[in-house]
Design a protein around this ligand. Structure first.
Ligand code: UD1
Ligand code: CA
Length: 449
């Protein structure tokens, strides 16, 4: 498929009202996530790239959670409610209620095909235009087309009709061309055709795919445009959800590597669609990125680290076994070592937190050294408080910093201290009871046993 931007007007309808019965879930199917983002949100993002005149998402009643999720990424999105799930044709008719004045093309996509790309929508529309077709639909050529509507073609690439899998004869089931779930229509044809749809005798549902027969009867052209099988993956159950996740991860890993990221064991690294990498980043095996991560140049992330909504400055080293939680922001050349958790904290240039620490709601100054087992005690059960550690401070091992508290620049804290009061710059502060040592006592105790 080529991918010039189509020249005619277009509107988009995305169907998401299906029950999703096969997911066996209390969550609407389209809110199940892949690469950390709701399936429907992936499809909406792809449609957004078309800059459509209008975008309508068709929902079932009581899907306010879906609406809220989509409004975050596409505030001007329109929502149509399909009161009863009477099939995909009926769902599109509900969407068209909001597009009565639509001109040009109407593109229909399904909220459960999260891998589809904006380029594919654009290519379908431009091919439709080039061939002056009334309908253009994405075709996939499959090893095993079970579950997909079959494309009946007398002369390729023109489609006579689509036979749904449930309604197909044994002969039709052998057709390996399936419909990938993306179709574009002349708006005028769609308005008219939807009024004339009859329910399927087998299931009683109004199929969108039945529109092809109507078009063929009127002598219209239905053009098939081939689409990649991966992009068309429809998610109906959790096995397919995992397959779609795997396919999307493969796509994201490949894109990252092609841009210059070394993934030592790509199959073990999990990315989000918005993960951003600088140059010459090295990611070791078994690292997970949630959404909102920005990684600077020359960063090394060692095994078994988990990073989300965090920024890692150039030249920093993270892990193994590190956890960067939302709001962790590391400047250049920061070292975060094993079993260190950072939350909502700015760690300035060259600071080191190398072992077994929790740093939350903190400002850590440039070059500060935070010893093993340091904990910022940021929470009293009700409120959160800030810890400030200024430039060049040295925090001895096993220190508890009871926030709100500030350690001045260049100050040293003795190991094992519980620091509850501010420490001025360049001071030495420690808090511990005196050590008691009784010579020979251990030996005496042992002998007494
Ligand atoms: C559908 C197609 C099939 C195609 C496949 C591609 C129809 C009749 N069949 O089958 O030809 O090969 O997708 O993935 O279109 N929905 C509603 N309201 C309804 C019914 C469904 O909004 O009343 C929505 C669902 O939320 C879903 C989409 O429409 O997003 C497709 O429905 P689904 O039941 O998953 O259709 P498939 O059996 O996968
Ligand atoms: Ca489906």
């Amino acid at each position: 498929m080529s991918s010039e931007k189509p020249k005619t007007n277009c509107s988009v309808i995305i169907l998401a009202a299906g029950k999703g019965t096969r997911m066996h879930s209390d969550t609407p199917k389209v809110l199940h996530k892949i690469a950390g983002k709701a399936m429907l949100a992936h499809v909406v993002e792809a449609a957004k790239a078309l800059e459509p005149d209008a975008l309508v998402v068709v929902l079932a009643p009581h899907m306010d959670a879906v609406k809220a999720e989509i409004q975050k990424i596409y505030p001007s999105c329109l929502f149509a409610i399909q009161e009863e799930q009477k099939g995909t044709g009926h769902a599109v008719a509900c969407g068209m209620e909001l597009l009565k004045g639509a001109e040009g093309d109407v593109l229909v996509a399904y909220g459960d095909t999260p891998l589809v790309r904006g380029e594919t929508f654009a290519a379908l529309l431009s091919e439709k235009q080039r061939h002056a077709a009334t309908i253009a639909l994405a075709g996939i050529y499959l090893e095993n087309p079970t579950g997909y509507g079959r494309l009946v073609m007398k002369s390729e690439p023109y489609v006579e009709c689509i036979v749904e899998c449930k309604d197909a004869s044994a002969e039709q089931k052998k057709i390996r061309w399936g419909w990938g779930g993306v179709m574009a229509f002349d708006a005028a044809f769609l308005h008219d055709g939807l009024k004339r749809l009859a329910p399927s005798p087998a299931t009683g549902e109004y199929y969108l795919t039945a529109l092809l027969e109507l078009a063929t009867a009127k002598g219209e052209k239905n053009l098939m445009v081939e689409m990649s099988v991966t992009e068309a993956m429809g998610v109906n159950d959790r096995v397919q959800l995992a397959e779609a996740e795997a396919a999307l991860q493969a796509r994201l890993r490949e894109a990252a590597m092609k841009k210059g990221v070394t993934l030592v064991a790509p199959d073990t690294v999990f990315l989000a669609t918005d993960t951003q990498f600088g140059r010459d980043v090295v990611v070791h095996p078994h690292v997970v990125f949630g959404s909102g991560v920005v990684v600077g140049d020359r960063v090394e992330i060692k095994s078994f680290s988990h990073v989300e909504q965090a920024a890692i400055g150039a030249g920093s080293v993270v892990g193994p076994y590190a956890r960067l939680r939302p709001g962790a922001s590391l400047a250049e050349n920061v070292h975060i070592g094993n079993f260190v958790e950072i939350k909502k904290s700015n760690i300035a240039k060259g600071a080191k937190i190398n072992h077994l620490s929790y740093v939350g709601d903190a400002e850590v100054g440039a070059g500060a050294n935070i010893g093993a087992g340091t904990i910022t005690c940021n929470y009293d059960g009700t409120n959160k408080y800030q810890t400030v550690i200024e430039e060049g401070a040295f925090i001895g091992s096993n220190t508890s910093l009871v926030a709100p508290v500030k350690v001045g620049a260049g100050a040293i804290i003795g190991a094992g201290s519980v620091i509850t009061e501010d420490v001025p710059a360049d001071a030495l502060s420690f808090e511990r009871s005196e050590q008691t040592t009784k010579p020979e006592r251990a030996k005496i105790m042992r002998e007494a046993k």
